[in-house]
Design a protein around this ligand. Structure first.
Ligand SMILES: Nc1ncnc2c1ncn2[C@@H]1O[C@H](COP(=O)(O)OP(=O)(O)O)[C@@H](O)[C@H]1O
Ligand SMILES: [Mg+2]
Length: 252
C-alpha cells in the first residue's frame, strides 16, 4: 500500500494498467485508460470466472441430472423404488443448478439494479458499507443496463477499498450526467496511497469501464484524500420499473 512517506511513485506507464500520470507537488493523479492491450485482461478474468462458475456449478449439476435420469430409465421396470429415488435426487440437482445460476446472474446484474436503477441501488449498497457514505445524484433518467452494472460494481469496489484500505471516516459518491457523459465519483477522506499496481480491484474497474469506452481517473496522494472518477459515454432513457431480468420470466 502506498502509505504516506512511501517510496517515490514508480513509472506506472510500464505497468499492466497502462496508467497515465501527471504529478503535482503534493498529489498524484493517474488516469487509467482503457486503450492498451492489457485493458482486456480484467474482462478476460471476469469471463473466465463466469465460465468456471458455470462449469463447476450448473453444468456439473446438469450432468449429474442426466446420469441419474438415465439410470432411473434403466431401472424403472426392474426396480421402480430405486428409480424413484434417482428421480428425486435429479430433482434436487436441478434445484441446486437453478440456485447457482441465480447467484451467478445476480453477480453479473443484481436484481436491485434492474428494479431500482443505478442511483437507488447504490443508496441501498452504502447501507452495508462500514463508513458514513453520502450519495448525491443528478441523473435525470435511466442508464442502459450493462453500463449500470459496470458502474455499480465499480462504485462497490471503490467503497470496499475505502472501507478496507483508507482509514477514512467518510466517503461521498456523486453521480452526474452531462453532454452524453455519465460521471461517477467516489471520494474518501482517508490517508491516500491507492495504487492500481498493488491489487486487481482498480484494474478490474478499469476493465469494466473500458468495455463501454469509459475511463477511470484516480487521485490518491500520500496523506489523502482519494478520489476515483469514472466517466462513460451513455444516453439516458426515461426512468422505468422493471422485473428482475427485464423479461417477465418466473425463474428469478
Ligand atoms: N481508497 C483507498 N485508500 C487508500 N489506499 C487504497 C484505496 N484503494 C486502494 N488502495 C490501495 O491500492 C491497492 C490496490 O487496490 P485494489 O486494486 O482495489 O486491490 P485490492 O483491494 O485487492 O488490494 C490496495 O491494496 C491498497 O493498498
Ligand atoms: Mg480492492
Amino acid at each position: 500500500m502506498g502509505a504516506p512517506g512511501a517510496a517515490p511513485a514508480r513509472p506506472l506507464d510500464a505497468g499492466p494498467a497502462r496508467a497515465r500520470r501527471t504529478a503535482g507537488p503534493t498529489r498524484r493523479v493517474e488516469q487509467v485508460t482503457g486503450t492498451g492491450p492489457d485493458a482486456v485482461e480484467p474482462r478476460t478474468t471476469e469471463l473466465r470466472r463466469i465460465e468456471r462458475d458455470l462449469h463447476d456449478g450448473a453444468q456439473a449439476r446438469l450432468v449429474a441430472v442426466g446420469l441419474r435420469l438415465g439410470a432411473a430409465g434403466a431401472l424403472i421396470d426392474r426396480d421402480p423404488q430405486a428409480a424413484k429415488k434417482l428421480v428425486t435426487e435429479a430433482q434436487e440437482n436441478v434445484g441446486r443448478a437453478l440456485q447457482e445460476l441465480r447467484d451467478l446472474v445476480r453477480g453479473i446484474h443484481p436484481p436491485v439494479l434492474a428494479e431500482r436503477g443505478l442511483v437507488d441501488a447504490v443508496r441501498a449498497l452504502v447501507l452495508d458499507v462500514p463508513l458514513k457514505v453520502e450519495v448525491r445524484a443528478e441523473v435525470p433518467g435511466r442508464v442502459a443496463g450493462p453500463v449500470e452494472s459496470a458502474v455499480y460494481f465499480a462504485v462497490s469496489e471503490a467503497l470496499a477499498n475505502a472501507a478496507k484500505h483508507s482509514g477514512a471516516r467518510h466517503a461521498t459518491v456523486r453521480f452526474s450526467h452531462t453532454a452524453g457523459l455519465l460521471r461517477a465519483e467516489v471520494a474518501d477522506d482517508g490517508h491516500g496511497g491507492a495504487d492500481p499496481l498493488l491489487g486487481s480491484g482498480l484494474r478490474g474497474i478499469q476493465g469494466r469501464l473500458a468495455a463501454f469506452d469509459g475511463t477511470l481517473s484516480l487521485s490518491s496522494p500520500p496523506g489523502g484524500p482519494t478520489r476515483l472518477t469514472m466517466e462513460l459515454p451513455c444516453a439516458l432513457s426515461a426512468p422505468t420499473a422493471a422485473t428482475a431480468c427485464g423479461t417477465g420470466c418466473s425463474c428469478c
